[in-house]
Design a protein around this ligand. Structure first.
Ligand SMILES: [Mg+2]
Length: 177
């Protein structure tokens, strides 16, 4: 079977929230119609802060959908029409308590294209300085975890780092250096 690109014939909103919408689309191909539920997401910035001792600054936080603490690259959701780099610069202050003078784009990722339109914009953040005045979002409780390259590798191999964007961004970083 070769892949097809069906035509969208209708859209119905199922849910509209603060961060994303959910829609049910009607698709059609050669007289057959079928429905797909999609999460419409504004996109995100994901970044690896690298400090002067060559540590990558990851964050540990509770992820309610899976009921677990995860160790991840810091990230934030884009505001409407926000540039990804603007978002990354805000989030590195909020989540890591730092600002970065040097930002390097490391491409983009689709984390869940089966049901979600989210596009993640990846960056390496270097030349860090403390930015202690930043306030965390009131519903985010985040611990910053500095890890050497070797420790990140070990935690990916052991499965402790199991967040897809973090593993993919780390791979992009290895290709870059
Ligand atoms: Mg975040």
């Amino acid at each position: 079977m070769s892949p097809i690109h069906p035509k969208q014939t209708a859209r119905k909103e199922i849910y509209s929230g603060k961060i994303f919408q959910m829609v049910e689309d009607e698709l059609e191909h050669e007289g057959r119609s079928f429905a797909r539920v999609t999460v419409l997401h504004p996109g995100a910035a994901v970044f690896l802060p690298l400090d002067e001792d060559n540590n990558l600054l990851l964050v540990r936080q509770y992820r309610h959908p899976i009921g677990q603490m995860l160790l991840e690259a810091p990230a934030g959701t884009l505001e409407p029409n926000e540039e990804p780099l603007t978002c990354a610069k805000r989030e590195i202050q909020e989540e890591v308590g730092m600002s970065a003078a040097t930002w390097t784009p490391l491409g983009t990722l689709y984390p869940a294209p089966g049901f979600c339109s989210e596009l993640q914009h990846l960056f390496l953040a270097r030349d860090l300085t403390p930015a202690p005045d930043a306030e965390q979002d009131e519903d985010e409780f985040i611990e910053v975890v500095p890890l050497s390259i070797g420790e990140v590798e070990e935690k990916i191999h052991s499965g402790e780092i199991c967040d897809a964007k973090t593993i993919a961004l780390y791979y992009r970083y290895l290709q870059y250096i």
